[in-house]
Design a protein around this ligand. Structure first.
Ligand code: PMP
Length: 393
């Protein structure tokens, strides 16, 4: 039997989902080979014991039954308060849908914004699931490159030039994965003006909004006239080290939120109550936990820039936010893929090839700052040395 064309088309033409180095590193590690894995954005620090205690405490009585499909009221209220604190029109609980992670929120946003055959702007470099998410709803991603020389800031003029008659949405991500770019007010205002002039949705992925090293996060929802056309995606994965709990949210206008609940009824039928209680605890008592996580990545980011400052073959792109550093390895003459594959074979260090995030990240690799400080410093030092060896070869 054949699967539907729709599902078979999710990965797209090449059949490569961009994660092959990561999977290979995983396979090596499972076979007992020591590998430093700097591929995926999962924390070395585990979910805090106090959050787990809240989760365990909720694993009794009615918290093991079905939950309201859009999320439990106190959690939706806490999310509404958190998003309202960013500014702009206050968020009501009718505008909040709790989802199994930010990824599911992205999928729900794509389902709510795009009809089959329509198109969505995706800025390149992009988070590795974006194109698949758009294709999963039978829509078409249109990629618009952001340029290294422009600090990977989005260019509203370039986006305007790329719009097709069937474009219904623009998907953005600030702070950005993989580049670490924090979009400026000016660029976001340019995108907002475009959305209003062309009647487009703006899907705003803000999962790194609490991990700012430089500057400030601005949610485009707060800009005048944008709350009615912005869908804000966020989660507790990065901010509270809760990747495995799969808890996130989508904030969007009430009518569309109702439609997303219809979708959730057809798909998840809600999120486990004990996970939602843990999320509620994290949002209401987890300020110090969040600060600690932010500080950890800030420290490692600074450490990485220090180690890489001296290696001229490997140039770090200083990230303003997030949990990653992009390395420009073009001076070695290798592609990001060739560099990452050889680095894994020879040094047993796994990094993501830039090409996994789009053409604009070619000749780069992305390093996740997700191993203990000493291991990270050692791995970065070896990456610099390795670049010298492959350049000479
Ligand atoms: N958006 C971006 C930019 C991400 O980097 C990630 C996770 N790496 C996600 C969304 C999804 O995260 P989650 O589903 O764990 O919330």
């Amino acid at each position: 039997m054949q699967s539907s064309q729709r599902i078979a088309a999710i990965v797209g033409g090449s059949g490569d989902d961009g994660w092959s180095v990561h999977y290979r590193a995983h396979g090596l590690a499972a076979a007992g080979v020591p590998v430093t894995r700097l591929t995926v954005g999962d924390h070395d620090v585990k979910t805090d014991a106090s959050i787990l205690a809240a989760m365990q405490g909720a694993m009794t009585g009615d918290k093991l039954g079905y939950m309201p499909v859009s999320g439990i009221d106190p959690l939706k209220a806490a999310i509404a308060a958190r998003v309202t604190a960013q500014g702009g029109p206050p968020v009501s609980t009718e505008e909040v849908v709790v989802t199994p992670g930010g990824q599911a929120a992205l999928y729900c946003a794509a389902m709510a914004a795009l009809d089959p055959g329509q198109s969505c702007i995706v800025l390149d470099p992009f988070y590795a699931t974006y194109q698949q998410t758009v294709r999963a709803v039978s829509a078409r991603p249109i990629t618009v490159e952001t340029r290294a020389e422009d600090g990977f800031q989005p260019d509203p003029d370039a986006i305007a030039a790329a719009l097709a008659p069937d474009t219904r949405a623009i998907l953005i991500n600030t702070p950005n994965n993989p580049t670490g770019c924090v979009y400026t007010r000016e660029r976001l205002e340019g995108i907002a003006a475009l959305c209003q002039a062309r009647d487009l949705w703006l899907i705003s992925d803000e999962v790194y909004d609490r991990q700012i090293h430089h500057g400030a996060h601005l949610s485009p929802r707060v800009l005048p006239g944008m709350a009615e056309r912005t869908m804000v995606v966020n989660s507790l994965s990065k901010s509270h080290a809760m990747t495995g709990s799969r808890i996130g949210w989508l904030v969007l206008p009430p009518r569309s939120a109702e439609h997303v609940v219809d979708l959730a009824i057809a798909m998840t039928y809600g999120i486990p109550g004990f996970i939602q209680e843990a999320g509620l605890y994290a949002l209401t008592h987890g300020g110090e936990i969040e600060d600690g996580i932010r500080a950890r990545y800030r420290r490692r980011r600074d450490q990485a820039l220090q180690v890489l400052g001296s290696g001229n073959l490997v140039r770090a792109v200083p990230p303003a936010g997030g949990m990653y550093v992009m390395l420009d390895i073009r001076a070695t003459g290798l592609t990001g893929i060739a560099f990452a594959e050889a680095l894994l074979e020879q040094e047993r260090i796994a990094v993501m090839p830039g090409e996994s995030f789009g053409a604009a990240a070619a000749g780069h690799v992305r390093v996740a700052l997700t191993v203990p400080d000493e291991e990270l410093a050692d791995a970065l030092g070896r990456i610099v040395q390795f670049a010298g060896v492959v350049k000479a070869a």
